[in-house]
Design a protein around this ligand. Structure first.
Ligand code: CUA
Length: 318
């Protein structure tokens, strides 16, 4: 069961949680002490210079460089510390470590669907192993949602038509809240679930039990054949009407209009749905759209398959 007892802060259950909290406490300490200082001075001067008080009211010297320097340098140093600290934390949280387990996430009104690389599917529940980085590849089937796990201190928007990513490494076994943190319609508040962190061996056992679907890579390969993509993208070094797809993911692709683009997950997705948007140099714009034939899940499977054809399939862009 999730611990529902009263607490000011959720449990710290991921590698970044203590780091996020440390920065947060630093910000509170800085803001709190400045607020306190100002409040104390206001009260002190209000009392000291109240009407009828016998105090020296002569005009003082207008400039003191010492005070001016102090009020420029001290806030500058403090804000630069906040900037550098926050930026390093942000970049660390944006870059998933190599070898992270990739889990596909589909958000829709009003549920979360997860699929593990082994094929296991879950709804509103996410099982992950302790001590291994997990990367979520997320997309929405309708409006903007936001996946939020307070105990991990991670939250990221889940958008229609574009992949977003999120990664974490759980440090404690247990069950934690999972929320949608973006108002997405009437039942937004019920769009929640739980993350279950298991010991690695228990996670393996969990993967083995239950009804596993096809692994996304395999489902993608079948879909690729079923849609007859291989008629044009022939592979194996054979010339086809479409560009070969081996090692495309993660590479720089030259386009017919002279531009060069990075073939990331969004590029692959766009090329399946809107093939005319970015035509590869040396090929005719003859590919039809597959918008009607493939849903978000099918797209994720196709992309998983295309990534598996690439030597850079393991490295991902967030
Ligand atoms: Cu989905 Cu709020």
């Amino acid at each position: 069961m999730i611990d529902e007892g009263f607490r000011l802060f959720p449990e710290q259950a991921s590698t970044v949680a203590p780091r996020v909290d440390a920065l947060y406490f630093f910000l509170i300490a800085v803001c709190g002490s400045i607020t306190l200082l100002v409040a104390v001075l206001i009260v002190y001067f209000a009392v000291k210079y109240r009407r009828d008080a016998r105090v020296d009211r002569r005009r003082r010297q207008a400039h003191t460089y010492a005070i001016e320097t102090a009020w420029i340098v001290i806030p500058l140093v403090l804000t630069m510390i906040m900037f550098a600290w926050g930026a390093s934390l942000y970049f660390g949280m944006s870059r998933p470590p190599a070898g992270a387990i990739e889990i596909d996430v589909l958000g829709r009104q009003w549920m979360w669907k997860f699929q593990h690389p082994e094929g296991n599917r879950e709804i509103n529940e996410l099982h992950v192993p302790r001590g291994r980085p997990v990367r979520l590849r997320m997309i929405s089937e309708d409006v903007i949602h936001s996946l939020y796990v307070p105990a991990f201190r991670v939250k990221h928007d889940v958008l229609p038509d574009r992949y977003t990513g999120l990664w974490f490494e759980a440090t404690k076994t247990g069950e934690y809240h999972l929320f949608c943190a973006e108002y997405c319609g009437a039942e937004h508040s019920r769009m929640r679930g739980r993350v279950v962190v298991l010991e690695p061996a228990d996670y393996q056992a969990w993967l083995g039990g239950g009804t596993a679907g096809l692994p996304p890579v395999e489902a993608g390969r079948r879909l690729f054949e079923q849609l007859r993509c291989d008629t044009c993208h022939r592979g194996g070094g054979l010339a086809g009407r479409g560009p070969p797809l081996e090692n495309v993911f993660g590479s720089e692709v030259r386009l017919a209009d002279g531009r060069t683009v990075l073939a990331d997950e969004d590029y692959l997705r766009e090329s399946i749905l809107r093939p005319q948007a970015k035509v590869v140099a040396g090929f005719e714009p003859i590919m039809p759209t597959f918008e009607a034939q493939v849903g978000e899940e099918g797209l994720m499977h196709l992309i998983a398959y295309l990534k598996s054809l690439s030597s850079q399939g393991g490295t991902t862009t967030p």
